[in-house]
Design a protein around this ligand. Sequence first.
Ligand SMILES: C[S@@+](CC[C@H](N)C(=O)[O-])C[C@H]1O[C@@H](n2cnc3c(N)ncnc32)[C@H](O)[C@@H]1O
Length: 281
Amino acid sequence: MSRRYLLWFAQEYLDFRLAEMQSILSMLKIEIKYVEKSYNKPYWIVELPSESCIKKIASRSVLIKSCIELWSSANTEERLHENLKSAMKNDSGKWIVESVTGESNDNHICHSSLLTVCSDPSKSFKIEVETFCKHFSMKEKVEKIELFSYLPLEGPVKLNNPDMKFSYIEFYGVDPNNVPKQPEQLFFGRWIVDGQRDLIQALSLKKRNFIGNTSMDAQLSILMANQAQVTMGDIVLDPFVGSGSLLVAAAHFGGNLNICYVWGSDIDFMMLHARTRPTRK
Ligand SMILES: C[S@@+](CC[C@H](N)C(=O)[O-])C[C@H]1O[C@@H](n2cnc3c(N)ncnc32)[C@H](O)[C@@H]1O
């Protein structure tokens, strides 16, 4: 049975989102079904054969922030809660999708088998609230969390390193100058895995001893390594290597043993020997 996931993206480099995903999917030989794929919204809804597929994709993607096993999606708060309550009774083993006013307003109701993880009393949990294009105070977020009290969550609440994390997301559109009173779309599901956003800091130019004026930004370097489908055992040559940012990202994807060989050449001898005027000391 394929599972439905919400991919929550960083709202940047929108032009590279599909390219990064297609490269990762073809490199990992994973078949995906796009249920909803918009260009400018920070989320896609997809179907994949298993949880391990979404984990593999997230282990490479720098544009994905997090991946959530979708349990319910709706265009009003009331409807989202109704859907979740219906999900508890949906024994069909299938998703129920009701179209309200077009594709983006579909109501997604999951099958009850997904919710069985809730009822394990030995598993601690927490519910996280994320809002896009609107800010809420902690008190308001707690009030939203309390509305989920009907869920059969048996385990204890644990805020640090819980066994299970649930995500409640309210999406208020993408125009910060025209934020609607009510969210356009709402989602609830079980958090599965984060993407590789931390890698941007880990490979940041700020951490390097020597960079040049044209050093490639870390996020773009990671994106390019993904588009080149760099993986363990590959040999990567950057003929215009400069201070080597692209190769740093490529080498990272060589795996823990770093078995990815990288070579560079450059016309600028001083650059290759880090003797141009240092931009950082
Ligand atoms: C944009 S920078 C390279 C950035 C680098 N790839 C990175 O990952 O940060 C372009 C580099 O190309 C080098 N270059 C320009 N013309 C070249 C040529 N004809 N042959 C080799 N290198 C050249 C420059 O010296 C410069 O270091």
